[in-house]
Design a protein around this ligand. Structure first.
Ligand code: SAJ
Length: 434
């Protein structure tokens, strides 16, 4: 089924992946219906507006809604292809909760017809696509569902994880390679034909279980490697060595590529997906679990280091925290280690904590409640005696040493290589020179 006019696609879930995916499919002229359980989201999209920030998404959605190619609804309707892109949060005891996925499968089951394609895109524990088939087979005993019938099935079911980076979603949805796992080889081939309609990257087929693990492995690989960098940063700190120097020099080796330490790992993917693997095989996921623990501990380490810095300051001094987002140059503060650190410090030091976040119009409630203040960059540079840099936003990089020289600075991102080393705090207060 090459994507072409006359075909219709339903996308279940209009979040960070579902909405851009629906809009891209609609852009190719396909009638696309985005389904969401939230009436506000449905209304917003039907007005041609977006409820989330992503580069170029607003213009794309406006265009496809105006042309009548995309509309939103609270309920699914008959179509040729169905994409499930709903959340899979962590539940009790770090167990993956696939309840929304199974709800979506049960919701589309009544409108499925022979020849339909069902694709799961949500990050999911291994075996979830098979559970989607089981849910559909239970709801529709009249349909031959792959894995639940002899001979050829009536419908095609596949798993194809998204791999896009927030801030580059529309580019990466098109350019990234896709790994497409079919419940059967026929399912995989059918889904591949669908993706080829709007993906420029290579579309590679495999089994559904393989594809499920591939997604989890990609983000766990990243988490483990960031944990290595974070562990190094704590070791180097204790030795009074600049970890970024060490990493840059080690990375000159042709087969070494160490990632960057930071205040911990944020976002909704890398800090979450490794638990799906750990939960699936707790006895054998020792490195993956430890990496998670190391990255979580790095956030606590930053709070402790910041406290040690503040302890050296007069009681009425102001401490500026630079950045709240979970990574550079975006306005997403959810699951952000910077927010966690800021909240811990604000609870302790209240109004002494000034927060500089050019991507925020107001402080998250937890920080406002603790008495922290949102201030402009220039004001913080004028009045703060210490800076704890938590996010490597470009705008912070351009602050010259002259404007930081007299302050105590704890740079958790290595953004200011010209800043004197942290050991210098004590010497400075004692009048020592570097
Ligand atoms: N981070 C570091 N050091 C680094 C790199 C990242 O501390 O060297 C931190 C960031 O500051 C941030 C967190 O890790 O707090 C995650 O940021 P990220 O930019 O590495 O990744 P995400 O979470 O925005 O997106 C990831 C991507 N996965 C991989 O790169 C393997 C993306 O391709 C996935 O589609 C996305 O997860 C997802 O949805 O699963």
């Amino acid at each position: 089924m090459p994507i072409a006019e006359g075909h219709k696609t339903v996308v279940m879930g209009l979040g960070y992946i579902g909405l851009p995916t629906a809009a891209l499919i609609a852009r190719s002229g396909i009638e696309t219906v985005g389904v969401d359980v939230n009436p506000d989201v449905v209304e917003t999209v039907n007005q041609g507006r977006v409820h989330l920030e992503e580069v170029d998404l607003d213009g794309l959605v406006r265009g496809v809604v105006e042309r009548g190619h995309l509309r939103a609804s609270l309920t699914p309707e008959p179509a040729d292809a169905f994409i499930i892109a709903v959340p899979t949060p962590l539940g009790e005891g770090q167990a993956p909760d696939i309840g929304y996925v199974l709800d979506a499968a049960r919701t589309i089951a009544p409108v499925l017809a022979p020849g339909n394609l069902v694709i799961l895109e949500s990050t999911s524990p291994v075996g979830t696509t098979e559970q989607v088939c089981a849910a559909i087979a239970k709801a529709r005993p009249d349909l031959a569902v792959p894995g639940h019938c002899d001979g050829n099935a009536d419908i095609f079911v596949a798993y194809c994880p998204e791999r896009v980076l927030p801030g580059r979603i529309l580019v990466e949805l098109v350019d990234n390679d896709r790994c497409i796992g079919g419940i059967t080889p026929r399912c995989a081939r059918r889904a591949m034909t669908f993706y080829r309609g709007f993906v420029r990257g290579a579309c590679v087929t495999t089994t559904a279980r393989n594809a499920e693990l591939v997604k989890l492995v990609e983000n766990s690989f990243r988490d483990v490697n960031i944990a290595f960098a974070n562990e190094l940063s704590i070791i180097a700190d204790g030795m009074d060595i600049d970890v970024w120097d060490v990493i840059a020099l080690a990375n000159r080796h042709p087969r070494v590529n160490i990632l960057q330490p930071g205040p911990g790992v944020g976002g909704h993917c890398i800090a979450v997906d490794p638990w799906f693997i750990v939960h699936g095989d707790p006895d054998n996921s020792r490195i993956i679990r430890t990496a998670r623990e190391v990255n979580l501990a790095k956030t606590e380490h930053v709070v402790a280091r910041a406290r040690a810095l503040i302890a050296q300051l007069p009681d009425d001094s102001e401490i500026a925290l630079f950045g709240l987002a979970f990574k550079a140059n975006i306005d997403d503060f959810r699951e952000s280690p910077a927010v966690e650190i800021a909240a811990a410090l604000a609870r302790e030091y209240g109004a002494r904590i000034a927060i500089v976040e050019p991507f925020a119009r107001e402080l998250p409630a937890v920080l406002a409640a603790a008495g922290a203040r949102l201030v402009a960059l220039d004001d913080a540079l004028d009045t703060a005696q210490a800076i704890v840099l938590l996010v490597d936003h470009e705008v912070f990089r351009s602050v010259p040493l002259d404007e930081r020289r007299d302050k105590m600075v704890y740079d958790t991102r290595g953004l200011w290589p010209d800043q004197p080393l942290r050991s210098d705090w004590t010497e400075r207060r004692q009048g020592g020179a570097r």
